[in-house]
Design a protein around this ligand. Structure first.
Ligand SMILES: [Zn+2]
Length: 279
């Protein structure tokens, strides 16, 4: 029965996607659509924001700070540092994590309502519960899960990051492994962009704290941009997790990296909806 339901939802989602693509092609803002199916409600929230054309400066290099897995401890602390520095960042959030915290909905709303400085994006509903192999092998269920997260979190744009997998599906460029191929295809056909990362500010598996220093992270970013070793030339996506900065001394490290990067006059911090190659 469950499988039947997921299959049915998959077909419904594809039909909705087809309708929606047509609306977008006509350049008319798409309304929020809600459809009832066997007690499951799906709404697609694309089109809630007017998306103004972004003008790129070819003399600049763009850095996208992206934080994954929130809302979680560290979300508000990193939010404060970014706000105080007057730069921009994107939070890829997990639907279930917002439901598991008393203040989850408030944190999600805070990120969402501070656009254009902050952008809320989709990082699935369950984060695969850590079972990535199975998650990506059941493509219809997984695509339906991203739509559930889109609905629960009320994500403004169709921008996704896959849990535990560095895949990219953009307008004119794609990079994905065989494991996630079917999920990427399903999401792509619904008009979702999938964002990977060029480098990660990683954390120690035992300590949960940042591995690289602020200086090391800055040097890595400068090096990747200088050598054009990013997925999109002159656009660098940094992945990290806000929970690794929840200690004051680690938050200082984040602050320091931002200050170091801001010393480069040709660097711009942007939200990921302004990544050059989005659909
Ligand atoms: Zn994640």
């Amino acid at each position: 029965m469950k499988q039947f339901l997921y299959g049915f939802l998959g077909v419904l989602v594809i039909l909705l996607g087809a309708c929606e693509m047509k609306i977008i092609n006509d350049e008319t803002p798409a309304p929020i659509e809600e459809h009832q199916a066997n007690q499951a409600t799906i709404s697609l929230s694309i089109g809630k924001f007017d998306r103004s054309p972004f003008v790129y400066d070819t003399a600049k290099k763009y850095i996208y700070l992206t934080f994954d897995d929130g809302p979680q401890h560290g979300t508000l602390e990193t939010f404060g540092v970014i706000r105080d520095n007057g730069i921009k960042a994107t939070y890829f959030m997990v639907g279930l994590h917002s439901q598991m915290r008393k203040d989850g909905n408030d944190i999600v709303a805070k990120i969402k309502n501070t656009y254009p400085q902050f952008l809320l994006a989709n990082h699935s509903y369950t984060h695969a519960l850590g079972k990535y192999q199975s998650f990506y092998m059941h493509a219809d269920q997984t695509v339906a899960e991203f739509i559930r997260a889109q609905d629960t979190l009320k994500v403004p744009y169709k921008i996704i990051r896959l849990p535990g997998n560095n895949a990219w599906v953009l307008k004119d460029s794609t990079k994905k492994s065989h494991l996630v191929s079917a999920v990427c295809h399903g999401l792509d056909s619904l008009g979702f962009n999938i964002i990977g990362w060029d480098c990660e500010w990683s954390f120690g598996p035992k300590t949960g704290r940042p591995v690289q220093s602020a200086e090391q992270m800055t040097n890595q970013i400068v090096d990747l941009l200088d050598k054009n070793e990013t997925f999109t030339k002159n656009h660098l996506v940094l992945l990290t997790h806000e929970r690794i900065f929840h200690r004051p001394e680690d938050l200082d490290s984040l602050r320091k990296m931002i200050v170091l990067l801001k010393q480069h006059p040709n660097y711009m911090f942007e939200t990921i909806d302004h990544q050059f190659s989005l659909l």
